[in-house]
Design a protein around this ligand. Sequence first.
Ligand code: CA
Length: 229
Amino acid sequence: MAKAPHVLVAEDEAALAELLKYNLEREGYRVSSASDGEEALLLAEEAVPDLIILDWMLPKATGIEVCRQLRARQDTRNTPIVILTARGEESDRVRGLDMGADDYVTKPFSMSELLARLRAVMRRIRPGLAEDKLVCGDIVVDRVAHRVKRSGREIHLGPTEFRILDHLMQYPGRVFSREQLLDAVWGSDIYVETRTVDVHIGRLRKALMIDESEDPIRTVRSAGYALNA
Ligand code: CA
C-alpha cells in the first residue's frame, strides 16, 4: 500500500482540531495533532510531515513564529504549510505568505473547501502523493484498488513489489539508492539488508516484463534504480 501522507495539525481549539483529525483520517491521511506552537515544532522535528495545517493564533509560539522556524530548518524548509486565519485578518494572511506558507484558509471554512485546498497543495508539491492513479508509459497503478496494469494487462505483485513500484512511479526517471528505497518502502526504523532491495526489484521486473516487453526499470551502476520516464 502507498504510504498515507502525514499531516500535522496545529490548532488550539479542541473541537476544531478533533473535526480536522476526523475528516483528514477519513480522506486517508495520517494525522498528528499539536495544541500549541511549541508542540507543533517538536512534532515536526520528530517526524517531518508531508503537510502542515497551522492555526495562526496559537499559544506558546504563534503561527508566524512556527512558520519562520520551520522554514529555517533544513528538513522542513519545503514542507507545505496551509495557515488558518480568522476572517478579516488580512495582514496576517499576507505575513503568512511572506513567511513561506503555501496557502491560507479563512475561518470559518467548510471542510470540503479545506480538503480541496489541501489536495491542490499536495498535487503541486508532491504530485504522486495525492493521486489515486499513477501512470507512467504503459504502466498504470491504481492505488485505491491496489491493481497494476501494463498495456492493459493485469500484473500481479506482492505487497513489497507494489510499494516499490508505487514509489518509483511517483518520481519517474529519478534514481533512488537502495538505502533510499529501504527508507521509503520499509521505513527507516526497520533493519533490512540492502541486497533485499535487489531481490524485490528482480521480482518486480520479472512481473512487469510480460510478453518480452521492455524492462521499465533502469539499474544505475553503484547508484541504484530508476523507472524509465
Ligand atoms: Ca487559535
